[in-house]
Design a protein around this ligand. Structure first.
Ligand SMILES: C[S@@+](CC[C@H](N)C(=O)[O-])C[C@H]1O[C@@H](n2cnc3c(N)ncnc32)[C@H](O)[C@@H]1O
Length: 278
């Protein structure tokens, strides 16, 4: 029986067998702080396991089942802010923060017109809207349920992004003369399902993740081609990409007539971002 906060963390973390010890302890700390709303130092004196709120115990059961903590808490961090998430949206990822950071760093001008395709929680356009100088920002998605979450994030974070429904594979977005087109589209080939963690497969929406094995660059082809019409001359295209497809995407964008096509490595040294100029 754990007698103090630290022992409780270790005791619960040991039950999260699908995670490393460090990850498991971080998750348990995250859950405890969420429910108990206390700083860790205040919790050291406290706590018998049976005194913990029932809601916390129920959430811990969900964590044990492999459910990502962001879905359990209904929110997750992205670029310094908290975003609502649910089963209809992908959980925002660190690589995507790097994409957002690159766009902010490379585009200091005020008043840029920006479109994000496949917006999910709206984490990309809302962060750009709040970090850049007076931009005009749009986000589109095929999923009504994801758009509901994106709009809720826009309201709670006081951002002015306009969210619109659009199936990019069959429709042309009604937003032209763009300075920046950005997308983190679905890009995982179906055949990679077997290599993926259960907590992604069982909980995150397939619509946000997967593409057919026979056409893994489907979204890049369509968005790259439509981008030629959506972007102003000189406007910029930014993609998050699958680390295996950097050279194919470079070739694709060059073939479509984009200039300055580059593939950029993320902090882990993987080719995860492509950018180009119209
Ligand atoms: C990889 S997720 C990215 C979500 C978010 N931008 C992020 O970075 O966390 C891809 C998104 O594309 C959307 N999507 C899938 N097919 C689409 C389509 N045909 N047209 C528009 N959006 C689509 C999914 O609903 C999902 O929200």
């Amino acid at each position: 029986m754990p007698n103090n906060y630290q022992e409780l963390v270790q005791h619960w973390a040991a039950e999260l067998t699908q995670y490393s010890t460090e990850e498991a302890e971080n998750l348990v700390n995250w859950l405890l702080e969420h429910h108990l709303g206390l700083r860790r130092v205040d919790m050291m004196h406290f706590l018998k396991e049976e005194d913990l709120p029932e809601a916390l115990q129920l959430d811990f059961e969900r964590l044990k089942s492999g459910e990502p903590i962001q879905y359990i808490l209904g929110k997750g961090p992205f670029y310094g802010r908290e975003f609502w998430v649910n089963e209809h949206t992908l959980i925002p990822r660190n690589e995507t923060e790097e994409l957002v950071h690159l766009i902010i760093k490379k585009n200091p001008r005020a008043g840029l017109k920006i479109l994000d395709i496949g917006t999910g929680t709206g984490c990309i356009p809302i962060s750009l809207d709040l970090e850049m100088k007076t931009p005009e920002v749009y986000g589109i998605d095929i999923s009504d349920k994801a758009l509901e979450v994106a709009r809720k994030n826009g309201e709670s974070l006081k951002s002015n992004v306009s969210f619109l429904k659009c199936d990019i594979l069959t429709e042309m977005p009604n937003v032209r003369e763009l300075d920046i087109l950005v997308s983190n589209p679905p890009y995982v080939p179906e055949s990679e399902k077997s290599e993926m963690h259960r907590n992604v497969l069982d909980f995150e929406p397939g619509l946000a993740l997967f593409v057919p094995d026979e056409d893994p660059l489907l979204f890049y082809k369509v968005i790259g081609a439509k981008g030629k019409q959506l972007l102003k001359p000189g406007g910029k295209l930014y993609f998050e990409i699958h680390e295996k497809f950097g050279s194919e995407i470079k070739e694709l964008l060059t073939g479509l007539g984009y200039k300055d096509v580059k593939v950029v490595k993320d902090l882990n040294g993987k080719e995860r971002i492509a950018c180009a100029r119209n």
